[in-house]
Write a protein that binds this ligand. Structure first.
Ligand SMILES: [Zn+2]
Length: 418
């Protein structure tokens, strides 16, 4: 030890900076030289970057930030799905100055898939000059108030946030005003828009359920896999059109030859966490414009792709019956190859399909057979129905629901939620 402690303090600090944060605190107790070296800021800055992947830009000491804030609450960093049945929700927790800030990302107003996400502050865990951490709920019109994040099992794939003052979430002008403001802000709906009874019922149900949950949210960790070189579309989050339910968020991932689009937000028919779109990349389609506008021709092309794939692979699965394989490895062994397919083909919406004024490109890169999940209200009688997955580019794709005769379009969430 004698030789180590005789090192110049900056060299000792450099050596200590390789230690995990929990060992740094122990090392500081070994001797005076270690104690002094452990007080150097960059030792902790380096440790914070290595263990939490963030840069410590705080006005407070990095040692305090590590020991009082990140050591206990750093596991919150990253992307989460809120467990609100059936609606779900997307949350990202980031580190900013002296706090961890939980932000909810809502889909923009229907049908503007290309618009940015709507961001709302949910909670923060803040470290003050005195070294105290405060947890606050940031919901409601009246500013920060007391909140809790029970540390049941830190670093687990789940956590919970609670509000201690639910009354502060209420609108001062009463419940009806609160509902109308919520419709305007969250859904982009005016009072005239919500005169339709069906729409009014859907909105009111969503408003009531979200209100019940907002005092205690449970979050489930979301992992977005990296983009592998031969993947046609990079994995990630997308906003998509879901008819009268408005825009919803899906997570696109790969599992062998399949592309999965799982709902991160959902609706009373098909809830969050369900596999909305399943794409079989072994069933590519090349169709000219004439074939594309004729629904009968589309059904025939889908059947042929099924048959061809069966003959090639001796596989009895068809587009209509493919079942997702839950928990499969993402992107590890898929073989979506673009080598023998054209880089571009025309894209046209079939006659009689609903497109709801959506702007869509007139060409696409690839088209595949797939299935989409449909269900009655309350997720009754769920079934997979045939469709075509149409790749416009890395950030935009569409799904043609052949039997429902409609087109959903999806656009990548561009906000950085890594
Ligand atoms: Zn609150």
């Amino acid at each position: 030890m004698g030789s180590l402690t005789s090192f110049p303090p900056e060299l000792l600090a450099h050596i200590l900076s390789f230690l995990p944060g929990k060992d740094l605190a122990t090392a500081a107790k070994v001797c005076k030289a270690f104690h002094e070296a452990s007080k150097v800021d960059f030792v902790w800055q380096r440790c914070i970057h290595r263990e939490f992947g963030v840069s410590c830009n705080s006005s407070l000491s990095p040692r305090e930030v590590y020991t009082k804030l990140l050591h206990n609450y750093g596991f919150l960093l990253g992307t989460w799905q809120i467990e609100i049945k059936p609606y779900g929700g997307l949350v990202h927790v980031k580190f900013e100055n002296n706090k961890l800030l939980g932000l909810q990302y809502g889909a923009p107003h229907d049908p503007h898939v290309e618009w940015p996400m709507m961001v709302k502050e949910l909670f923060h865990v803040m470290l003050d000059e005195e070294g105290n951490t405060t947890i606050s709920c940031l919901q409601g019109p009246q500013g920060p108030h007391k909140g809790q994040i029970p540390l049941l099992n830190a670093s687990a794939a789940r956590f919970m946030s609670k509000c201690c003052c639910p009354d502060l979430h209420r609108h001062p002008q009463g419940r009806e005003r609160e509902f109308l403001e919520w419709c305007r802000e969250e859904m982009g709906m005016s009072e005239e828009d919500i005169m339709f009874q069906h729409m009014q019922e859907l909105l009111f149900m969503k408003f009531m359920i979200i209100n019940q949950y907002q005092f205690c949210y449970v979050y489930k960790k979301l992992t977005i896999p990296p983009h592998l070189p031969d993947q046609l579309v990079a994995p990630g989050l997308f906003k998509g059109t879901y008819g009268s339910h408005g825009l919803e968020v899906v997570l696109l991932t790969y599992d062998r030859n399949y592309i999965h689009c799982k709902k991160i937000t959902g609706d009373p028919n098909v809830p969050a966490s369900q596999l909305s779109v399943l794409v079989d990349t072994k069933k590519p389609l090349i169709l000219d414009e004439e074939q594309q506008v004729d629904p009968a021709e589309l059904a025939r092309a889908t059947e042929e792709a099924d048959k061809e794939e069966e003959e090639t692979n001796g596989n009895s699965a068809s587009c209509n019956t493919n079942q997702p394989q839950e928990g499969g490895a993402s992107g590890s062994d898929h073989n979506v190859s673009q080598q023998h397919l054209p880089q571009s083909q025309p894209f046209a919406i079939p006659e009689g399909f609903r497109e709801r004024g959506i702007n869509y490109p007139k060409t696409c890169k690839m088209r595949f057979c797939g299935t989409g999940l449909i269900a009655g209200h309350g997720f009754t009688s769920p079934s997979r129905t045939p469709g075509h997955f149409v790749v416009f580019d890395n950030n935009n794709f569409g799904f043609l629901w052949l039997e429902l005769r409609s087109l959903s379009v999806y656009s990548r969430v561009m906000e950085n939620l890594d």
